[in-house]
Design a protein around this ligand. Structure first.
Ligand code: NAP
Length: 255
């Protein structure tokens, strides 16, 4: 039996990813920051799928919450075959406070969660970072494009760049904080893929497209099932499949 951990699993694309994995026979750790909504989602999915869906609390912006999650995994000897960094926000107000919140959730959250969970991932596992077409390098300023596209970029330098973006309210980056956070997540994907190749862990960024969720709104063209299916390509990518790439519907797109 394979085990997946999904962040932001209580609604939207994350919930649908949990549902699809449970239907496919995975054990699912559905994480969410609000315990009531998280428990309710896990119970709903158990009822619908008959699968093993369990709620574990996780606010990806809280070091304490990440540490509590680590304690649960450690205490129970849980090993992971897939990590899905899905939790995200958009639409925070422009300016420094909004940029900080966006970067903390969409970039530093996945970075810290991934680093904390690396020791629980089995060799050959997958990490899937849920990105957006709005994170394309082409949308950034020339400097942003050069820095984030640099093949020699390190995790430390990338984190410093995202700090810069948060500190300046994304001023001078050419895109809003949401776009920069996802461009940073794409760059992180590339770096992690390189670092984790010796463990045969494949790391990809998957774009769900524009999806009808609370975030995407009701006029979005894609269903939550279509969006989740695009994310699931990253979870089930074969051993010889892509790593370090940005994918939509299983096909590589411009990072
Ligand atoms: P959504 O319906 O707004 O759901 C977002 C999820 O993230 C919720 O479960 C939310 O939990 C969770 N979340 C937010 N902040 C969190 C935190 N600090 N800690 C833990 N969980 C947190 O959005 P969605 O459309 O499903 O989006 C899922 C992912 O797809 C995001 O990364 C988004 O950027 C990406 N994406 C979406 C679209 C689209 O059109 N919908 C397009 C491109 C990319 P709460 O219920 O507690 O708020």
């Amino acid at each position: 039996m394979k085990t997946a951990l999904v962040t932001g699993g209580n609604r939207g694309i994350g919930e649908q990813v949990c549902r699809a994995l449970a239907r496919a026979g995975w054990d699912v750790l559905l994480t969410a920051r609000d315990p009531d909504r998280g428990e309710a989602a896990a119970a709903r999915l158990r009822r619908e799928t008959g699968g093993g869906v369990r709620f574990v609390p996780l606010d990806v912006t809280s070091a304490g919450s990440i540490a509590d999650l680590v304690s649960v995994l450690h205490r129970e000897g849980i090993r992971l075959d897939a990590l899905v960094n899905n939790a995200g926000i958009s639409g925070a107000p422009r300016g420094r406070a909004g940029a900080r919140r966006t970067l903390e959730t969409n970039f530093f959250g996945p970075l810290r969660v991934t680093e904390a969970l690396l020791r629980f991932l089995n060799d050959g596992a997958t990490i899937t970072n849920v990105t957006s077409g709005l994170g394309a390098l082409a949308r950034l300023s020339p400097r942003g494009r050069r820095e984030l596209g640099d093949p020699a970029l390190t995790r430390e330098r990338l984190a410093a760049l995202m700090e810069d973006c948060a500190g300046t309210g994304a001023h001078g980056w050419g895109a809003d904080a949401y776009g920069v956070s996802k461009a940073g997540l794409n760059a992180l994907t590339r770096i992690l893929a390189r670092d984790l190749a010796p463990r045969r862990i494949r790391v990809n960024a998957t774009c769900p497209g524009w999806v009808r969720t609370d975030m995407g709104g009701r006029h979005a063209p894609r269903s939550v099932q279509d969006g989740a299916a695009s994310v699931l390509f990253g979870v089930t990518v074969p051993e010889a499949g892509p790593t370090g790439k940005v994918l939509r519907d299983g096909r590589e797109i411009e990072p």
